[in-house]
Design a protein around this ligand. Structure first.
Ligand SMILES: Cc1ncc(COP(=O)(O)O)c(C=O)c1O
Length: 415
């Protein structure tokens, strides 16, 4: 019998001595284009998107190209992904008294936005795609359900055909949280163009970035009109007709718009670079006994921002991650292996408003109580899911090192 290589955490030689490059995809690709664009805006002294001494309308240009890329009629740039979700939910007129079905594994912002719009988040299970489990979504529908929020987690699309069918059957709106998946495709369509609204983030961890920023995408004119007004005090500048209403301010500024525009033009290149590495890693770890690859609803459409696989139990995942880190490969559980409702503010329904809205709003006729263990499938899956991020700067040699490390750890730990 051939002995496996000795693990680095047991005194062996690590697969990688040199750390891998950072995995902030867009940020790592910042170059002369972004620098020039920012300087141009500064020189124009017109940092506000709607007017100034010599406006360049970078935000408007970004929106136009963004809608073209995603495949919606409209795109509205805002200040963050969380703002995009808030604006999107408000524009769909989802609010007090309504329930929105959200996945139990996601970033806290998906849930925050629903509660901040005074609708009640209802948690559904995720399956081995780490997206909403359509069967559980159906089980969670009540007469108060108004919308479903699929979250395309880490560059992989959700099962949109099934989710759209459920939404149609029950007359529900669909708001896609695409914060982590700009450019991802599902059966030929870019995510964010399938549901009623797509919400995107341009924060640093995302596929492209301007530091902080977001986009609301939709093909529905009325939804777009309400989104524009909600993000700008109820105004729709340059449009005479229509009713103003009270809104917020989530406008993107021209410096962010200039960076976002240059980054957007690099998106398909960034995805192409990551896909080369992702495909090689996935191919290299197929067939390892004891690990199962993440289920991918459309293999062609993934962005390749991360590779994910499952071990059979939580303790093995913990040991696997520790050993991979020892080999110089950063690996982690999604959100510490916990469902999103483990955040105390969600679990205990804490907001600043004294009335306890949305859960105790008089318009809300349901009863939403949260407790650990309420989505057991998600809680099990999250503790066994191992993520390795991919950067557009990784080489094929880096991909081979990742494969080598996973195989080495598997041979030691899973025997
Ligand atoms: C799934 C998801 N939704 C929403 C957001 C919110 O984006 P932002 O940080 O730009 O507000 C994020 C950001 O990390 C996210 O990962």
């Amino acid at each position: 019998m051939i002995m496996p290589e000795k693990l680095a955490i047991e005194g062996g030689k690590p697969v990688r001595e040199k750390p891998l490059a950072g995995s902030w995809p867009g940020a790592m690709m910042i170059g002369e284009e972004e620098k020039r664009a920012v300087l141009e805006v500064l020189e124009s002294k017109s940092l506000f998107r709607y007017y100034g001494p010599k406006p360049l309308y970078k935000v408007a240009e970004f929106e136009k190209e963004f809608a073209g890329l995603v495949g919606t009629k409209y795109a509205l740039a805002v200040t963050s992904g969380t703002a995009a979700l808030n604006v999107g939910i408000a524009a769909l007129e989802v609010g007090p008294g309504d329930e929105v079905i959200v996945p139990s594994l996601t970033f806290i912002a998906s849930v925050d936005a629903v509660a901040c719009q005074r609708a009640v988040p209802v948690f559904a299970e995720v399956d081995h795609s780490l997206g909403l489990d359509p069967e559980d979504v159906e089980r969670k529908i009540t007469e108060r359900t108004r919308a479903i929020m699929p979250v395309h987690l880490r560059g992989v699309p959700c099962k949109m055909d099934e989710l759209m069918e459920i939404a149609e059957e029950h007359g529900l709106k669909v708001i896609e949280d695409c914060a982590q998946s700009l450019g991802v495709k599902y059966k030929g369509k870019r995510v964010g163009s399938i549901g009623d609204v797509g919400a995107f983030s341009l924060q640093l961890n995302k596929l492209i970035t301007c530091g902080d920023g977001g986009v609301v995408a939709t093909s529905d004119e009325e939804t777009y009109d309400r989104a524009v007004r909600y993000h700008d005090h109820g105004f729709f500048r340059g449009k005479e007709e229509g009713e103003p209403f009270i809104g917020q301010v989530y406008r993107m500024n021209e410096l962010s718009g200039a960076v976002a525009l240059e980054q957007l033009r690099k998106l398909d290149r960034i995805i192409g670079l990551m896909r080369r590495v992702y495909d090689r890693v996935v191919e290299g770890i197929k067939g390892i006994d004891g690990i199962t690859l993440r289920e991918v609803p459309d293999e062609e459409g993934v962005a390749g921002v991360s590779v994910c696989f499952f071990t059979e139990d939580a303790e093995t995942a913990r040991r696997f991650i520790e050993a991979l880190r020892g080999e110089g490969i950063p690996a982690s559980l999604p959100y510490g292996g916990k469902p999103v409702y483990a955040h105390p503010q969600i679990l205990h329904q804490k907001t600043l408003n004294k009335a306890g809205c949305p859960w105790r709003c008089p318009l809300y006729k349901g009863r939403a109580e949260y407790r650990m263990g309420m989505c057991p499938q998600t809680e099990d899956i999250a503790k066994r899911a191992i993520f390795i991020n991919i950067s557009p700067l990784y080489t094929l040699q880096d991909a081979d090192d990742i494969v080598h490390a996973i195989r080495k750890v598997a041979e030691n730990i899973l025997r």
